[in-house]
Design a protein around this ligand. Structure first.
Ligand SMILES: Cc1ncc(COP(=O)(O)O)c(C=O)c1O
Length: 484
């Protein structure tokens, strides 16, 4: 496989496709476009034949790892297989070609989808209202935190309630969102069991508490068994409960955030509800609220009056706009189609299968890798490579070696509270055969860590490139083609 950029393969005059001659009159360019906007030199676009273009991109795609190609157990990311029928739904021309400035009179179908999705997410989350605006989980968090702030402002307490409590195991976006919304972050410690310590929480919650951000199941894949006590502590202190719902594929259909005492929750549609996650594509992180936060929702909201849908911008207490137009509309259509096709029973099965798969991995691997917490887990299980570290092998080496066996690596070194963390999220969409093949590879790697450390330290051996200087790539990325 060559290593040339498509620009370097270009050959002047070569064409990818021959179009028939125009069957409409040709106008001189300068009658249509003001002369100052017309190019004086040809563009520097590459010129190639069709097979050259096809081969170029097919070969590039083969160097990539995708969930369509193989198992991708990246913890906390829910890299599950998404049914292609939902892609088809999002591609229906009435949705795909809709113009964001189209008047509401002829966007009624799109608004209906949005309205129904809001109702379904309200039901799933146990919430009163949902805004579909946020374009990512992190933006849902920010929206939630801004609403918490607006709520305390309305109560005249914003100056004193300036602290948000977050567990030490939290995803990094939680403290970042709280900070962006103007709060100070206070850390609550986890117990040796990996759960929030209610005694410590009681000590730090008080009149300066604006809220508590909690991921359920938490980032160790564990259900917070004291959740009702925790929400009681925060509410008694006058704070609000925020749930990071990024791990909802362990709960959907089984328990509802609203019933656990949460006042606000975000959903990662691009994890739980059928949009491929990763690769920097569009996402959606709708945020749901109980009635007390509804006045502060981002604008516009989709409303219905006399059977007609409309966008309501008239919300004087709103935190304002987060996105242009309707947010990531295509992602919303996929989520709507997914929820409708799965139905209530199907969604509960999603959670049950996600939990069964993770517990199966935990049970079969714990003789080889040390579990961070050796107890029933939810949709993901976390191990520590402590045993392998004693042989000089790190979580990173194990992750790299898995690529040689054809598997994407699990998440490593997160959550930060676990030394040499390996966080595996098998997701609900994988078969027992796939899980067994992955388990076999993990066991072989454990054997290799005893027998041949160099093999692991230099892995991967079968990929197009082996180990990259990731820090250099992040700090000095070369992303622009500079012709020689
Ligand atoms: C637990 C958790 N919270 C929040 C987020 C943020 O979601 P997003 O990547 O959509 O901003 C993630 C993302 O992976 C996550 O795993």
């Amino acid at each position: 496989m060559d290593n040339l950029l498509i620009f370097e393969k270009s050959s002047p005059g070569r064409q990818g496709y021959s179009l028939p001659g125009a069957d409409v009159p040709l106008y001189p360019m300068d009658e249509l476009i003001p002369p100052e906007f017309i190019r004086s030199a040809p563009s520097m676009l590459p010129e190639l034949s069709e097979p050259e273009v096809v081969r170029h991109f097919i070969n590039l795609s083969r160097r990539n790892f995708s969930v369509d190609g193989n198992f991708y157990p990246l913890g906390s990311c829910t890299m599950k297989y998404n049914p292609k029928v939902n892609e088809e739904a999002a591609g229906i021309p009435g949705f795909d070609m809709i113009h964001p400035l189209q008047p509401v009179e002829n966007s009624q179908g799109a608004l209906k989808i949005m309205h129904e999705l809001e109702l379904m997410l309200c039901e799933i989350g146990g919430m009163e209202r949902v805004s579909l605006q946020p374009a990512a989980g992190a933006q849902g968090e920010l929206a939630g935190m801004l609403m918490v702030r607006a709520y305390h402002e309305a109560g005249g307490e914003a100056d004193v309630r300036d602290k948000v409590i977050i567990p030490d195991s939290a995803h990094g976006t939680n403290p970042a969102s709280a900070r962006l919304a103007g709060f100070h972050v206070v850390e609550v410690k986890s117990t040796p069991e990996g759960l929030v310590d209610p005694a410590h929480l009681r000590e730090i919650a008080g009149p300066d508490t604006a809220g508590f951000m909690l991921t359920v199941p938490n980032t160790l894949g564990l259900f917070e068994k004291d959740i009702l006590e925790i929400s009681g502590i925060i509410h008694d202190a006058g704070g609000l409960m925020y749930m990071d719902g990024a791990n909802l594929n362990a709960l959907v259909g089984l328990v509802r955030p609203g019933d656990m005492g949460f006042d606000v929750v975000h959903f990662n549609l691009h994890k739980t509800f059928s949009t491929p996650h990763g690769g920097g594509g569009p996402g959606a992180g709708p945020v749901g609220v109980k009635a007390l936060l509804a006045p502060y929702l981002p604008t516009p909201t989709v409303e219905i009056e006399g059977g007609r849908y409309f966008l309501d911008y008239d919300k004087p207490l709103s935190i304002g706009r987060l996105q242009a137009f309707g947010g990531s509309f295509g992602v919303l259509v996929r989520a709507w189609a997914y929820i409708r096709t799965m139905g209530a029973e199907g969604l509960s099965e999603v959670s049950e299968n996600a939990i069964i798969n993770a517990n199966y991995l935990l049970a079969r691997l714990k003789g080889h890798y040390q579990p961070a917490h050796d107890r029933f887990c939810m949709h993901e299980c976390v191990f520590s490579a402590r045993r392998q570290k004693e042989r000089g092998i790190h979580a990173m080496d194990i992750a790299k070696r898995l690529l040689d066996y054809g598997f994407h690596a699990p998440t490593v070194y997160f959550p930060l509270v676990v030394e040499e963390a390996i966080m595996i999220e098998p997701t609900e969409t994988e078969s027992r055969e796939t899980l067994n093949a992955f388990i076999d590879a993990m066991i072989k790697i454990d054997d290799e860590s005893a027998a041949d450390q160099e093999l692991l330290k230099n892995a991967p051996h079968t990929t197009y490139l082996s180990r990259l200087d990731e820090a250099e790539a992040a700090r000095h990325p070369v992303i622009r083609y500079i012709p020689s």
